[in-house]
Design a protein around this ligand. Sequence first.
Ligand SMILES: Cc1cc2nc3c(=O)[nH]c(=O)nc-3n(C[C@H](O)[C@H](O)[C@H](O)COP(=O)(O)OP(=O)(O)OC[C@H]3O[C@@H](n4cnc5c(N)ncnc54)[C@H](O)[C@@H]3O)c2cc1C
Length: 498
Amino acid sequence: MPYDELEKKIVILGAGPTGLGAAYRLQELGYRNWVIYERNPYVGGLATSFSDSAGFTYDIGGHVMFSHYKYFDDLVDKLLGDNYTEIMREAWVWMMDRFVPYPFQNNVGYLPREVALECILGLIDAQKTPERVREAQTFGDLIDAQFGEAISRYFMKPYNFKVWAHPVDHMSRDWLGERVAIPDLERILRNTILEQPDKGWGPNNKFKYPLYGGTGGLYTPFVKYIHDHLELNKTVISINEDEQAVYFSDGEMVEYDLLLSTMPLDLLVGRLHHAPDQVRTAVEGLHHSSGYIVGVGIARPTPSEKCWLYFPETSSPFYRVTYLSNYSPHLVPDPDHFLLLTETSYSPHKPEDKNTIVDRVIEGMLNTKLIEPADLDRIASTYMIDVDYSYPVPTVDRNKALGQIQPYLMGRNIFSRGRFGGWKYEIGNMDHSVMQGVELVNHWLLNEPEVTWTPSAENAPILLDSTHTRANDTYRARSGHGKVLAGEVVRSTNGTHA
Ligand SMILES: Cc1cc2nc3c(=O)[nH]c(=O)nc-3n(C[C@H](O)[C@H](O)[C@H](O)COP(=O)(O)OP(=O)(O)OC[C@H]3O[C@@H](n4cnc5c(N)ncnc54)[C@H](O)[C@@H]3O)c2cc1C
């Protein structure tokens, strides 16, 4: 479809998956009057990867490619060609000194007998009052109502606090939508009594991973399609929403007709020139977690074929560990090396000491038997990434805040989308993000409705007043033996996370 240069000027802020999805779609549709600006010297945002001098490649947390869209699948095929691996979505929980297959509640029979009994009795008790599931207001209420006291105490609550770094009672239940399944008691009893594993993964449960370059290897190939419109090292410092102008730290100003912003929504609001107090204060309803991603490269062959593991207990700071070197042989310098990638959350509710996190991660790996004492001398590299914005937490006040902020922005032709642009965890994965960009362009150019992103909080007051009119992610690396050199799923109450 031909579009004229005189068409509206589209400006995209941020070249993470959302911005790249929009940019790709614009070039695919033959639109010409657009630019994408990114503050980093590289594309990919939170889905980028870093390599260190020892030859290890690290993602910003384990990135599993889920897809809910044919367009996304086709795009992945086009971008990766044959350069991908296929991995089984195999997940385990480590607790009480043993591995329990995921999903946890179906496999309580792996736990000590008395604990398994406690879990099952709690579940029976919870199922006597099914109305509590319907009536639950918070995520915490829902966990209790759905799983009973014991599963909640042993796994759901400690694990979810470790992931979100926010009390589960601050979180809403809305983000789970209709996907709240009542545990199948009969199946759990059968698994427990017959001592059989019940794994949530099977032969068809595979995901693709880039053969080269880690998760970021999916995003660098976008550049060849969009490079004429891409400007790196451009940091937005403010936006005059009345004059539809963006200001950059290098002094440049650009005007737009339509703006897609993918920077964190609270930071975007903070950069507006004219936002009314109601909108500025609404950001107090947006909460996020941060995370320390610590990778540890070890000079011995991988001891496991597992993909990733969940850690609900306090024996380790991390909530999840990925055997990243099992995803692609090109993430390690030598086939006889392996790479563990750990994720530890932090927030004002759950402070974590940054200075000791690498050492505590290694100690946690020993405690949880991920490594053995002799491995301490085999550590070939460690790498730490400090992610300021890691998870947009679906708190009880989120939708009200979004209901205040988004209408104000959209009334001024600013469309804030993506993991932290939209601030909706439930549509915060890579496929959702790419598609939010694609669908916004389809909306602008083809008049199609956005499907993935939709307005929240119908009941929240909508600002129609037309007279009106943090910190960056920091990436820190260290390598070698304990010396800092420099330097960030199917969603269910079970606790699978992305
Ligand atoms: C720990 C962790 C684990 C994850 N695991 C998974 C997973 O298993 N599967 C999955 O599908 N997804 C996963 N994700 C989510 C995935 O990373 C996101 O879906 C995706 O990166 C979001 O893309 P985005 O473009 O919306 O945002 P981002 O990736 O955050 O990109 C936003 C871009 O905007 C730029 N920017 C910000 N401020 C400015 C400014 N002032 N000026 C200019 N540019 C700016 C940033 O530099 C960045 O490049 C995970 C994320 C994390 C943090």
